[in-house]
Design a protein around this ligand. Structure first.
Ligand code: CP
Ligand code: NVA
Length: 299
């Protein structure tokens, strides 16, 4: 199976991956992949965390990662993704791709004989949401019944995957941002089938009784040309101490990183007592290990 969207996994699937992650954390048994498993990392966009987390994860599971920068391949001279992926999958056991266009990822998956994992596209970032929901469960001891508020760019890839995953696992979700920006309607309707999801431009309404306050950059990769306009559009949705005070007193603050201090989040908040961003970042590697093990059993 592929993991292209957060909606590709059932609630049971997420729970099984969490269970594998817990087994790894508890060191109950040494979990490993087929010896010398190969993970191709095909990244069109930069990455600090996801690339490293994948490389460390596969290496600790007894395999190897091969990082491919498309600019150094024949893709830069027009070779089709489809032709490349047929060849990549004949050499490897998994492919993780970070692409601009989600439609390219769907095309890759169609032509791949091994699992393809979405390592971020413009629509979704499902591995981020997978590890973030695990982190939330660790800190709050539950997911069902929690309220998670995503503040800022509510059309963001991280927001969409977090919304789908949280809703599927029974959390309430609020998308809090300006009216001029709207989430992907198809993904929003999906999430609404699973749980209560509200879209609001009111920080008071969105943050009320929130257990988690989550934000991401106002300018995602590929949106640099509109940076000034976007920073202005989202300015009033900055996660600062005043905004966080609208949530529950024990609310936790999360950010997928990289953070732009002084833009979507203030330094006092990201470095403050409520912030769990470093635990969040650390868990990415653990959950990628669990995901690779889960997918390997389904090949
Ligand atoms: N959160 C995240 O995906 O970070 P990178 O862009 O550094 O991989
Ligand atoms: N929304 C951000 C996430 C980075 C991990 C982006 O796409 O640039």
């Amino acid at each position: 199976m592929h993991f292209l969207s957060s909606d590709d996994l059932s609630r049971e699937g997420f729970e099984q991956i969490f269970k594998i992650a817990e087994e790894i954390e508890d060191e109950k048994e040494e979990l490993a992949l087929k010896p010398h498993s190969i993970l191709v990392l095909y990244f069109e966009k930069p990455s600090t965390r996801t690339r490293l987390a994948f490389e460390v994860a596969i290496s600790q599971l007894g395999g190897n990662a091969v990082y491919i920068d498309p600019n150094t391949t024949q893709r830069s001279r027009g070779e089709s993704l489809s032709d490349m992926i047929k060849m990549f999958s004949s050499y490897s056991d998994f492919i993780a791709a970070r692409l601009y266009k989600h439609s390219d990822l769907l095309e890759m998956a169609q032509d791949s004989s091994v699992p393809v994992i979405n390592a971020l596209t413009d629509s979704e970032h499902p591995t981020q949401a997978l590890s973030d929901m695990y982190t939330i469960r660790k800190y709050k001891n539950r997911i069902k019944g929690l309220k998670i508020a995503f503040v800022g760019d509510i059309a963001d890839n991280v927001a969409m995957s977090l919304m789908l995953t949280a809703a599927k696992l029974g959390a309430e979700f609020a998308l809090v941002g300006p009216k001029a920006v709207q989430p992907n309607a198809r993904l929003l309707n999906k999430a609404m089938e699973y749980s209560k999801v509200v879209v609001t431009d009111s920080v008071e309404e969105g943050l009320d009784e929130a257990d988690i306050v989550y934000t991401d950059t106002f300018v995602s990769m590929g949106q640099e040309a509109d940076a000034a306009k976007r920073k202005q559009l989202f300015a009033q949705y900055q996660v600062n101490s005043k905004l966080v005070s609208l949530a529950k007193p024990d609310a936790l603050v999360m950010h997928c990183l990289p953070a732009h201090r002084g833009e979507e989040i203030t330094t006092d908040v990201i470095d403050g007592q409520s912030s769990i961003v470093w635990a969040q970042a650390k868990n990415k590697m653990l959950l990628l290990k669990a995901l690779l093990l889960y997918l390997s059993e389904r090949q």
